[in-house]
Design a protein around this ligand. Sequence first.
Ligand code: ADP
Ligand code: MG
Length: 379
Amino acid sequence: MAEFGVAAPSVEVAGDKSATLTGKPLSVVALRKTYGDVVAVDEASMEIAAGEFITFLGASGSGKTTTLMMIAGFCEPDSGTITVGDRDVTRLAPQKRNLGFVFQQYLLFPHMTVHENVAFPLTLRGVPKDEIRRRVGETLEIAGLSGFGGRRPRELSGGQQQRVALCRALVYRPPVILMDEPLGALDKKLRDQLQVEIKSIQQELGLTVIYVTHDQEEALVMSDRIAVMRNGRIEQFDTPRELFERPRTPFVADFLGAANFIEGRVERHTDEHTLVRLDQCGGLLTARRHALAPGTAVKAGIQPGRLRADAPDDGFCTGTVETATYVGTLVRAGVRVDGGDAPLLRLEVPAGRGPVTGERVGISADPDDVNLFPVEQGG
Ligand code: ADP
Ligand code: MG
């Protein structure tokens, strides 16, 4: 592990050639990796454009690190191809891929100064001394570390050390920078701050980044596109907005926003809408139009922030507020829907209009916020 991203004894001197990459820095086709019976990564495919910030998001064990390690070259795929620029790198040694890495452990050289640590990849590539000094200076400045060049890693905080690791990865302008939970070891406040910093450096320099996290909020804040991973598969690869507004599976709806699911059956369609007869309360829920045949059993996924609690005679069902918790500007309410024992519907409403415990309410939602998922028969 200790040499990731810096061990390159016989490195190809790529110089700035890598910075001239155009349109398509990285493409992955049908990547697969098994360990015995465990399918760690299953047919993962994606194309990443120059300057994109991509995140692999998923629970522990979903295949994020394995996918990243195959792209990096530290783990050999069973099958599939990885292309960087227009070069097939699938069977190439890591140092020949010329990618940058930042990991959760900072992995700085303890005996070297900050300046020397950041200079290391350039020294390795035989870049002239003056040029090294200039580029290291520039990079440290971007990361807010000017004046720290003479310190040793142990004289820095965790956040500063991670910034040095970031500088070392980006100082030679690799075509793609890979980061595996780089903020995982830091406390929440520092993590929030560094998220913003990494994002703004990425945008300023137009870097192409693949970032791994299990934290939905971190993924939503930082990414242009997110690959939601589950059991080694990419469940959906989309913009944060698409994932949140148009999840393609109940898993994505739940993972990104903790959606409520309400069961029913498609009754009919109008020009713009699909009407669903709800199992529990018998109410009619209006969703935006979905291509689902009448009679199809469905789950309607609706985010807590997209449900409204109005007067009891409004909406697609009625219920009683069982819980109401103030959380800053919001009230989180749990509503027991009439007619059955389904789990409480979870609502998030502005505090000013918050419902109170015991209140009778009617629940409604904008049809555009209702995502319908067919219920697999027998599943
Ligand atoms: P993540 O980074 O999303 O937590 P990983 O890519 O590390 O997930 O792991 C995916 C799956 O592959 C897990 O089931 C994990 O136990 C398994 N796995 C990963 N690396 C190895 C390995 N070297 N040997 C055996 N199984 C592994
Ligand atoms: Mg991992």
